[in-house]
Design a protein around this ligand. Structure first.
Ligand SMILES: C[S@@+](CC[C@H](N)C(=O)[O-])C[C@H]1O[C@@H](n2cnc3c(N)ncnc32)[C@H](O)[C@@H]1O
Length: 216
């Protein structure tokens, strides 16, 4: 089993605390290690996690799976953007990642990203919360969790734009809960020409979480 990054001194009132979903992503990358390392051998891939939160997932991938890559991570939450850098430093991975505060992949050039990772706000809710206009706003955690109708409002923005986001042989790993209806999403994306594999599914309390892999 690969080591889990050291995570300490995090303000969990402002930054999403690593949870079952985060750990499922670590297990997904442990499982995908061989495939990714042979596919990317000799390349310098561009790797982007959208919504880094504590930084646990990016740090794990950088430490254990893809040591050679250009990492550009994003989060809309400024506290998370700082935290990912702290977590990388605590794990001896200082100065290896650009942490960008932006909406999804925002200003990153089209068709650049080789590996995209997203544990989105997937909890169904009446609405996606407004983005707080101050760093001290107490609702940053709502932004981490609440995904509007079917919990899919934010994730659809990424899926509908995937063709522009990914490089020609890019791969996206995206986490879903059962209420997001991942099987329908798989069918829809397949009918739009994508290959979609379900990499892992796990019961987590009363939720069932899955990670889907999208590629051309
Ligand atoms: C469920 S948390 C996942 C955090 C971390 N990746 C993990 O697995 O523990 C979702 C993260 O996405 C971020 N987020 C929400 N909406 C976003 C958006 N539109 N653009 C970028 N990041 C966003 C949140 O701030 C939060 O850090």
């Amino acid at each position: 089993m690969l080591p889990t990054p050291i995570i300490n001194d995090i303000d969990y009132d402002r930054v999403y605390e690593p949870s079952e979903d985060s750990f499922l992503l670590l297990d997904c990358f442990e499982q995908e290690q061989g495939t990714l390392q042979s596919k990317l051998k000799g390349k310098l891939p561009i790797i982007t996690e959208i919504g880094t939160g504590s930084g646990i997932v990016t740090t794990f991938i950088l430490q254990n799976i893809l040591q050679n890559g250009v990492y550009m991570t994003t989060d809309i939450n400024p506290h998370a953007c700082n935290q990912v850098l702290q977590t990388l430093k605590a794990n001896g991975q200082n100065n290896k990642v650009d942490s960008l505060q932006m909406d999804l992949t925002g200003a990153i050039r089209s068709n650049l990203i080789d590996i995209l990772i997203f544990n989105p706000p997937y909890v169904p809710a009446e609405e996606v919360p407004d983005i707080p206009d101050s760093n001290d706003d107490p609702t940053w955690l709502d932004v981490a969790l609440l995904g509007g109708e079917d919990g899919m409002k934010i994730t659809w923005k990424v899926l509908r734009n995937l063709d522009k986001i990914l490089s020609s042989d890019g791969i996206a790993y995206i986490l879903f809960c059962a209420r997001n209806k991942p099987e329908s999403i798989q069918e829809y994306m397949q009918s739009s020409g994508w290959k979609v594999d379900i990499i892992l599914t796990r019961k987590a309390g009363w939720e069932v979480l899955s990670i889907l892999k999208f590629y051309r």
